[in-house]
Design a protein around this ligand. Structure first.
Ligand code: GDP
Ligand code: MG
Length: 370
């Protein structure tokens, strides 16, 4: 026999836990919010609400996929690409990220301070591009292990004096597994020993063949340090973005992925979120991984307070009741009550999973039996 906590049942029925507890009490059952109910008790309560147990209880309330809103084709609009920079250690990833930001974000915009929030956005030829500022491998591994796909385009940095190295190959494999287009940035061409042709040659062995040689892989030669070739790279990113036809619906509640999160002494849980669809607003009721709350304040990558965040925008938020994990999905709920119910159920689920990890029967098994 399966079971379900009071709070989970409440969420499924779109009711407050307190209401369910009261109903149970009137039936002579003393229960707390976290108490597991057996099938009979669940049926008893469901009957009160004229709900068939089979069809209602089948839904996993903690799975945000069950709340996803499908967009109509007509509602979709162009959105900026989200770009991850990958490559072997010391090939120039950090230098490239810094160069792009420094050349494109003017002092005035930033008010002198650029803030590290794990991602930033620039504008090139009137189009925005979002860069993930977290180490490429970490972004791919930790996020993909959670089923999150945040990257639209991978930039593979290869130092022209060093060539293809183990982590270069690893990065290629990550990008291929994620099925994202790869742009090759042959870096450090300012160096004496730079040999871009050798890099191209070596990459053909991994199926990355330059357009000049009859393939379809875009190669850009640059010097991240001397800031040469940055514009070429950005142009290529915009080209690939156009081909990919990246779209989102800005006129709906936001959803997306956690880029990074931590506990701040003064502000409490702080999370950088990448809005992947919809628009987020200050005051939104939000479920983030096993955490939830209302968006108290939003700060953009320039350290500025903002009231809204459109698709592909990274934004740092406060107002959550605990610290989520990088790679966690988030979703805004129009209905504050529902957000709280789903949040509570997810938190509860997390507690259960922690408690029962190592146990033979997983909660998934239990849920499937109901
Ligand atoms: P990461 O490990 O991939 O993040 O590499 P870094 O950005 O930290 O760069 C490693 C070293 O290479 C640093 O000393 C950089 O100054 C240097 N470097 C990066 N890009 C270039 C470049 O275009 N030309 C030259 N000469 N050195 C570079
Ligand atoms: Mg680095």
């Amino acid at each position: 026999k399966g079971s379900l906590a009071v709070s989970e049942l409440a969420a499924k029925l779109h009711r407050e836990s307190a209401e369910i507890i009261k109903k149970l009490f009137l039936q002579g059952v003393m229960a707390t919010k976290n108490q597991e109910l057996d099938k009979d008790a669940i049926e008893l309560i469901c009957a009160e609400y004229d709900v068939e147990v089979e069809e209602e209880v089948d839904v996993d309330v903690t799975d945000l996929d069950n709340y996803k809103i499908e967009d109509k084709e007509d509602d979709l609009q162009e959105r900026p690409a989200v770009v991850t920079i990958m490559g072997h250690v010391d090939h120039g990833k950090t230098t490239l990220l810094d160069s792009i930001r420094d050349t494109k974000v003017t002092e005035g915009e930033a008010g002198g301070i650029t803030q590290h929030i794990g991602a930033y956005q620039i504008e090139e030829n009137g189009k925005k591009i979002t860069f993930l500022d977290t180490p490429g491998h970490a972004a791919f591994t930790s996020m993909r292990s959670r089923g999150a796909q945040v990257t639209d385009i991978a930039i593979l940095v290869v130092a022209a004096d060093d060539g293809v190295m183990p982590q270069t190959v690893e990065a290629i494999n990550h990008a291929k597994a994620a099925e994202v287009p790869i742009i090759i940035a042959v870096n450090k061409i300012d160096l004496e020993g730079a040999n871009p042709d050798r890099v191209m040659q070596e990459l053909t062995e991994h199926g990355l063949i330059p357009e000049d040689w009859g393939g379809d892989t875009i190669f850009v030669q640059l010097s991240a340090k001397k800031r040469e070739g940055i514009d070429d790279l950005l142009e290529m990113i915009l080209l690939v973005t156009e081909v990919e036809e990246l779209k989102a619906n800005p006129n709906r509640p936001a959803e997306g992925t956690v880029i990074e999160a931590q506990l701040d002494k003064g502000r409490g849980p702080v999370a950088t979120l990448l809005v992947q669809n919809g628009t987020m607003h200050v005051g939104d009721s939000i479920v983030v991984g096993h955490s939830y709350g209302r968006v108290r304040a939003m700060v953009n990558d320039l350290g500025r307070r903002v009231k809204t965040a459109a698709p592909s925008t990274p934004v740092e938020i406060t107002g959550l009741n605990s610290v989520p994990n990088a790679g966690d999905q988030f979703m805004v709920f129009k209905d504050e009550k529902q957000a709280r119910q789903v949040g509570e159920a997810k938190q509860q689920r997390q507690v259960e999973e922690n408690r029962s990890s190592g146990a033979r029967v997983s909660l998934d098994d239990l849920f499937n039996q109901i």
